[in-house]
Design a binder for this molecule. Structure first.
Ligand code: SAH
Length: 223
């Protein structure tokens, strides 16, 4: 795995740079405007976050299967969530629920101070750990656990990003937000979900709806 990752990282030629530029242009066309977000997406090798058989499709703006019934998020949605958090306040301490392939963490990490990410499926977490290490992203700590409980040890967080959809926002995630902290996540059923941005204020929580989205469900327990 390590050797394949190194080979794939070194084997990035002109073609894939052009392919990545095309993805960034598409995100721009779809309304992503933050240059720092677009730059990180351009510089993040999404092809190492999917199985080799899918690598040729990895710069398409689409979710792709990563095994265990899970998917790597669509680049547009990754960009949208990252941009919403980056433009609404500090990112000194960030929690992600649902590490999955590790791609969203790799996009967020260069923009964040300390990043914490939890995943309930052990083999996905182990693979993500190797990929993030290959990219030398040393400010990300990973944990195998049910992230609907957050990661209380390092709370409060300036920002929380969840990449799996519960039917309702878990109370523990709200409680682990710092004052002024923001939580971005999909909420809803398997068929209909809204991407919400919740801000903790002195008087409570404010909520805005950013988009209609389709994420895998947030599940309890670990496997
Ligand atoms: N951010 C990921 C998206 C992966 S899909 C990426 O960029 O690839 C969402 C992930 O959330 C899946 O891997 C799923 O196993 C995980 N997940 C679902 N419910 C969870 C929970 N309660 N705690 C932690 N992870 C969870």
């Amino acid at each position: 795995m390590k050797n394949r990752l190194q080979d794939n990282l070194q084997g990035i030629g002109m073609t894939s740079q052009r392919t990545r530029d095309r993805l960034v242009q598409r995100l721009r066309d779809e309304g992503i405007h933050n240059q720092r977000v677009l730059d990180v997406i351009r510089n993040t090798p999404r092809h190492i976050f999917v199985d080799e058989a899918l690598a040729s499709r990895s710069y398409e703006d689409t979710a792709l299967p990563i095994g265990h019934g899970q998917t790597i998020s669509q680049p547009y949605v990754v960009a949208r969530m990252t941009e919403a958090l980056l433009e609404s306040g500090p990112l000194d301490r960030v929690l992600e629920v649902g590490t999955g392939s590790g791609y969203q963490a790799a996009v967020m990490a260069p923009l964040a101070g300390e990043m914490y990410s939890v995943e309930r499926i052990r083999p996905l977490l182990d693979q993500a750990r190797e990929r993030l290490a290959a990219l030398q992203l040393r400010n990300v700590q990973l944990k195998h656990s049910d992230g609907s409980w957050g990661w209380p040890e390092f709370a409060p967080y300036d920002a929380i990003i969840a990449t799996a959809a519960p039917e309702q926002v878990p109370e523990s995630l709200l409680q682990q937000l710092a004052m002024g902290g923001r939580l971005v996540m999909p909420v809803g059923s398997r068929q209909v979900q809204q991407l919400v941005l919740i801000t903790r204020t002195a008087s409570g929580f404010e909520q805005a709806v950013l988009d209609q989205v389709m994420f895998v469900p947030m599940l309890g327990g670990t496997e």
